[in-house]
Design a protein around this ligand. Structure first.
Ligand code: AMP
Length: 125
């Protein structure tokens, strides 16, 4: 079910549980403020999720409330993961779903990185 991107942060969400070590993940990157891991249901040969460690529900929440330092750090982490995974030269797609129309299902900000094949339609049906 899509989530409400303006709701209060839910500490029981699956990514919060991964951050606390209560659930496993296939980690590809971690630093003091960000974590990246493989999506459990990949939609492309490479499908990685990058999340900030801070308690932010969505891109909307993060862009409104995070500090400039947190925002800069997260954007750099997303870029670092793409470089680390060799996605830059062939190219990749990044996506952040927000709320109902965006079909966001996990209420902790995450950026999807898709790679490993050619992508075409930007917004497929
Ligand atoms: P979104 O629709 O943008 O909220 O995407 C949520 C993503 O989280 C989906 O692509 C799921 O496959 C993925 N996901 C859900 N649970 C897990 C998990 N435990 N580990 C890794 N990825 C997950």
């Amino acid at each position: 079910m899509p989530i409400d991107p303006t709701a209060a942060y839910d500490d029981g969400n699956v990514f919060a549980r991964i951050l606390r070590g209560e659930l496993p993940c296939r980690k590809v990157y971690e630093d003091a403020h960000a974590l990246a891991f493989h999506d459990i249901n990949p939609q492309a040969p490479v499908h990685i999720l990058v999340i900030p460690k801070g308690r932010y529900v969505s891109w909307d929440d993060f862009s409104a409330k995070a500090s400039d330092e947190e925002i800069a750090h997260f954007i750099r982490a997303v870029g670092a993961v793409a470089r680390q995974e060799g996605l830059v030269e062939p190219g990749y797609r990044m996506l952040a779903n927000v709320g109902q129309h965006g079909h966001q299902e996990v209420p902790h900000l995450h950026v999807h990185l898709f790679g490993g094949r050619q992508f075409y339609a930007m917004v497929p049906e």
